[in-house]
Ligand binder design. Structure first.
Ligand SMILES: [Zn+2]
Length: 214
């Protein structure tokens, strides 16, 4: 599942995993699980990168993903998001897995900026959105009464620079899967259920054409 930040790709991957009864593979979850598993020999290495706020090296992430998708619970498939993030990772995945469908959730930059820059949080982690779930007072948390603020990550300039990075890396990945005929574009500007309906329809139509249902 490919898509920009706040495109809802994690939610959609979750829905696919639940509906088709396959594991949801996410690099974030894999890394977190290793970090807290003291018996895992990779735990100190992973913890070192994560605690220093550094990106875990691509080569290590590749190894972890390859190992995860070889486990028994992935025998009948899996749904994955957060990977690949680079063209090199897409090529790696291609050598280590059969990728049947690549969904690209399309959301305009303007929508992403609106979704992110409207977010407000309090120090207790309660999250609001000035447009989609507004608190009574835009400066105060309705749940706990603490002041609301905008996280640095949600500021428009930060979002714009993240989007520039996203587009820089994603363009090559999109071309790679498009050339293979695996890419399916989904309109991500709709409600969660409608986005999911598009995904299921595309899967069903593909199966129909393969099986030859009348
Ligand atoms: Zn609060």
């Amino acid at each position: 599942m490919l898509g920009p930040p706040v495109s809802g790709k994690g939610t959609q991957t979750d829905l696919i995993a639940q509906t088709f009864d396959v594991p949801h593979i996410s690099t974030g979850v894999i890394l977190h699980a290793i970090k807290i598993d003291l018996s895992n020999p990779l735990a100190p290495e992973v913890m070192g990168f994560m605690d220093q706020g550094k990106l875990v090296p691509s080569e290590l992430v590749n190894r972890l993903v390859a190992e995860r998708i070889k486990r028994a619970d992935c025998k009948f498939g899996y749904a994955m998001d957060g990977f690949p993030r680079t063209l090199e990772q897409a090529q790696f995945l291609d050598q280590n897995a059969d990728v049947d469908y690549v969904f690209l959730i399309k959301v305009t930059d303007a929508t992403i900026i609106e979704r992110m820059s409207g977010r407000r949080v309090c120090k207790n982690g309660h999250t609001w959105h000035l447009k989609y779930s507004p608190p009574k007072d835009p400066a105060v948390c309705d749940t706990c009464g603490e002041p609301l603020f905008q996280r640095d990550d949600d500021k428009e300039e930060t979002v714009k620079s993240r989007l520039a990075v996203y587009h820089g890396e994603m363009d090559g990945i999109i071309r790679f899967y498009s050339d293979k005929g695996a890419l399916i574009e989904i309109d991500g500007e709709q409600h969660i259920e409608d986005v999911f309906r598009q995904i299921v329809r595309r899967l069903v139509n593909d199966l129909r054409s393969k099986i030859g249902w009348k």
